[in-house]
Design a protein around this ligand. Structure first.
Ligand code: F6P
Length: 549
């Protein structure tokens, strides 16, 4: 595909292309060393440091990218986001996740709704609920305190809470265990139910729409489990729900004081800051949850105020465009050097791929360049021992984000030093590589013969020039996590503006959902799968006859 940034002037596009050609010929070793480069490509704000000195970019190319951002209308696009304009054009909605974490701010309304007022009111209801649950004031139907909370939800109604709770596990209340059930196949639910008692379990059904098949299937089985053990009247004590769909919550049997509101103007994958985060808030306490919100709010302000060349989300989003459209890297590996962040890559997969995995522009015409990369990853150092071989010496090109704290999450500084050394060493190896000459020299120094060294050396070469960013922070706490997540949210938005795509819709998930609904009667043997392809019918027949059939 041609790589034309659709809203950028032709001379700026040409400048970007010639920078890319020039920099493709240069190595990171050639580029390294200048103080101006180190200063211009290392930026900090609110305790986060973005070190892009190992990206295959230099300051003139970065300036051209910033010009491209300006020509693409990034400034008015940021203003529109914060002002609550309908930036989600295919659903005619604002995307006001920033309002969920702003304490105060200028008046903001969507239609008749006073956004500041409804957000504050719901925040207060969450605080009250959390204090009642953790303080033992709100009890189960038999008078027992809640010891277990089960969040039932999928996608944005699951990934954010799981990711945040895993990341902040060090701060969790040891008296309340939080479990997550998302998948449709029933195994997660069965495992969770096997380890909990109905009388002391509180379920939170999180679903923006309250129509999602997976969530409703899990919630119905959980409700039957409660009804079987405690009777139908117990449902209202043991279930809370978070949704825009009050009718469906009613129908499910959620009591008025157990219903929490989400709004159309908050996207599912941007909703962890709302009552969708109740499971996190119960585990960590409201103050800690509000620190998470405050961290994100600080990054929002930075995104709104900082000049582009010092603006962390802008730089991160522009580097994504650079790697994708000018250096042809079609994947991004996210590599946190802290096991507590083990669900962060999965969380980012939805945030980045559901947002920017688009093939048409905002006006419905085909995109003019590649859009969102494949996002994946695992914590280091585990990842070093699985897929780093391919990243160092394979033929696929991937960009990388390393996430690195200065301090240990658990007070084991000696071990954390090992993690830091590994992370920095890997970033260095990816950038600067290991040449054939170095390999031969080292083999000879170890006593290998000249022909032996010549034969083995090519296998030891690390070409380097694999671009990475290191995102650093003091420690993994609630404030920092809020900042990190907000940085990625805004980075996604920045890239979307340059690609002229809508990052807030997700039509691409609908077809599969609809087909699954249609196939269900055939899977159950109640009907023939009318309209399905021949190979689908054959496959269903095999499954119904047993896989050997
Ligand atoms: O998979 C599509 C999706 O709509 C996501 O965008 C969303 O986070 C998820 O399903 C769950 O949706 P809901 O919260 O409405 O159950």
């Amino acid at each position: 595909m041609s790589q034309i940034l659709p809203l950028v002037r032709t001379d700026t596009q040409s400048a970007l292309r010639s920078h890319a050609e020039r920099l493709s010929a240069a190595t990171l070793t050639d580029l390294a060393g200048s103080d101006a480069r180190a200063d211009g490509l290392t930026r900090s704000a609110h305790g986060l440091v973005l070190d892009a000195t190992r990206q295959r970019i230099d300051l003139p190319a970065l300036s051209a990218l910033i010009a491209a951002a300006e020509e693409s209308g990034l400034r008015p696009a940021i203003d529109a986001l914060f002002a609550g304009l309908p930036v989600n054009n295919t659903e005619s909605r604002p995307a006001l996740h920033t309002a969920l974490r702003a304490a105060g701010g200028p008046a903001l309304s969507v239609g008749e709704t006073d956004v500041r007022a409804v957000v504050a009111a719901e925040r207060e209801r969450c605080r009250t609920l959390v204090s009642a649950v953790t303080g033992g004031v709100r009890k189960g139907a038999t008078g027992q305190r809640f010891t277990d909370v089960v969040n039932i939800g999928i996608g944005g109604s699951d990934l954010g809470p799981v990711m945040a709770l895993e990341a902040l596990r060090s701060y969790a209340n040891p008296r309340i265990r939080v479990h997550f059930v998302s998948n449709v196949d029933g195994t997660q639910l069965a495992d969770v139910l096997a380890g909990i008692e109905p009388a002391s379990t509180l379920f939170i059904v999180c679903s923006k729409t309250f129509t999602t098949q997976e969530t409703l299937a899990n919630a119905r089985v959980a409700r039957r489990w409660i009804v079987d053990k405690l009777g139908a009247a117990a449902v209202s004590r043991h279930f809370l729900a978070v949704s825009v769909n009050h009718g469906a919550m009613d129908e499910f049997g959620i009591a008025a004081d157990g219903r929490f509101t989400l709004w159309d103007w908050v996207g599912g994958r941007y909703s962890v800051w709302s009552a969708i985060g109740l499971s996190i808030e119960i585990a960590l306490g409201s103050s800690r949850f509000e620190e998470f919100l405050a961290g994100a709010a600080a990054l929002d302000q930075h995104f709104n105020d900082a000049p582009f060349e010092r603006n962390l989300p802008v730089l991160h989003g522009l580097l994504a465009v650079w790697n994708r459209n000018f250096l042809n890297h079609d994947t991004l590996a996210v590599l946190p050097y802290d096991q507590r962040l083990h669900r962060f890559p999965a969380y980012l997969q939805q945030l980045m791929m559901e947002s920017n995995g688009k093939r048409v522009r905002k006006d419905g015409t085909p995109v003019t360049c590649e859009t969102g990369p494949v996002v994946w990853g695992e914590p280091g150092s585990n990842s070093q021992h699985s897929f780093f071989q391919l990243l160092h010496q394979g033929t696929t090109r991937t960009a990388m984000d390393f996430l690195l704290a200065a301090e240990s999450s658990v007070g084991l500084e000696g071990m954390h030093e090992l993690a830091v050394a590994n992370c920095v060493a890997q970033a260095e190896a990816f950038a600067y590589g290991y040449s054939r000459q170095e390999a031969e020299r080292d083999l000879l120094a170890r006593g290998m013969s000249l022909p032996g060294a010549a034969e083995l050396a090519p296998h030891k070469v690390h070409p380097g020039n694999r671009p990475s960013t290191i995102l650093m922070f003091e420690r993994l706490d609630a404030v920092t996590l809020g900042k990190l997540v907000a940085l990625y949210e805004h980075s996604v938005y920045v890239s979307s503006v340059l690609w002229d795509i809508n990052p807030f819709d997700q039509w691409g998930v609908e077809l599969g959902k609809r087909l699954a609904e249609g196939l269900l009667p055939a899977v159950r043997g109640e009907a023939v799968a009318a309209g399905s392809a021949g190979n689908t019918l054959a496959l269903l027949a095999k499954l119904r006859g047993g896989a050997q059939g």
